[in-house]
Write a protein that binds this ligand. Structure first.
Ligand SMILES: Nc1ncnc2c1ncn2[C@@H]1O[C@H](COP(=O)(O)OP(=O)(O)OP(=O)(O)O)[C@@H](O)[C@H]1O
Ligand SMILES: [Mg+2]
Length: 253
């Protein structure tokens, strides 16, 4: 299962992604691949690991490799080694940070190679969780060609819901396979207002769950503690446990 988390800036995407990884690991699903697709690289902090090289760096390096690859060593092999070096190991999961997206010059050949290497890599994991940067435009240039589940993170306000509707329209217009799409309400205590719900449902989106505002999340963050360590009685962690249960049930049916 490949799950991607998307939404506008600051709505709680990375928190939701980290808690999904926590829930999947708690269900014994390992190894997992965490993909930090935000160039600002924040997911690793919430997972309590240090990040090293990024795939953006691999991409840059391989441009220079064009002229320097030793005879007899396929560029693909070198790239594969570099991709491996951009993977950080955590407990039960690996993390790969995408780093910078492609610049104005399009390194299509390298990107194609990276895409096929990543696809092959993803096959070795029980699940892949992708934390996206805010917005959606970059998805069409992303190095993975599709996802099974797209979670649009939305705060319980009409403006946040309208943004999610726009993101969904954009995502649907791209050449990017999406199995199913759901809204995750973030920092939502209780039922959202009817107008918010109407906005979401009007776009044909279903809300899969609401993650409440949870002091424990803030406390762990301020103490630089991994969100993977949140106990099951943390309100946010418990809510994401339920979301993951629904996703897994949905995947089976
Ligand atoms: N359920 C929650 N309870 C309490 N605080 C939360 C919760 N979810 C997110 N926050 C807080 O909101 C802030 C933004 O969250 P987060 O980094 O997950 O958002 P984001 O959408 O990934 O942001 P960005 O667009 O910058 O990547 C964080 O400081 C986080 O602690
Ligand atoms: Mg984030």
């Amino acid at each position: 299962m490949i799950v991607a988390v998307a939404g506008k800036g600051g709505v709680g995407k990375t928190t939701v992604a980290a808690l999904i990884i926590r829930s999947l690991l708690g269900r014994g699903l390992k190894p997992l691949l965490a993909v930090d697709a935000d160039p600002n690289n924040c997911l690793y902090e919430k997972l309590g690991i240090e990040v090293g090289a990024t795939l953006g760096g691999v991409r840059e390096d391989s441009i220079h490799l064009k002229h320097e690859a030793p005879a007899g060593v396929a560029k693909r092999d070198i790239l594969e080694m570099e991709v491996q070096s951009a993977i950080t190991e955590g407990a039960g999961f690996d993390l790969v940070a995408m780093g910078r997206q492609e610049g104005p010059g399009c390194y299509c050949a390298v990107n194609n190679l990276l895409r096929s290497l990543l696809d092959r890599l993803a096959g070795g994991y029980q699940a892949v969780v992708i934390d996206n940067e805010a917005g959606m435009e970059h998805l069409s240039r992303r190095t993975n060609a599709g996802v099974d589940v797209m979670l649009f993170v939305c705060q319980p306000t009409r403006s946040s819901a309208r943004t999610v509707v726009k993101l969904k329209e954009l995502a649907d217009s791209l050449d990017f396979r999406i199995g199913s799409e759901y809204v995750v309400l973030s920092c939502a205590n209780g039922q959202p207002e009817a107008a918010v719900q109407a906005e979401i449902e009007g776009a044909g989106l279903e809300t899969i769950g609401a993650v409440p505002e949870d002091d424990a999340v803030l406390r762990y963050e301020s103490q630089d503690e991994s969100l993977l360590k949140l106990p099951a009685d943390s309100a946010a962690a418990a809510a994401v446990d339920q979301i993951v249960e629904k996703l897994i049930e949905g995947g089976r049916s």
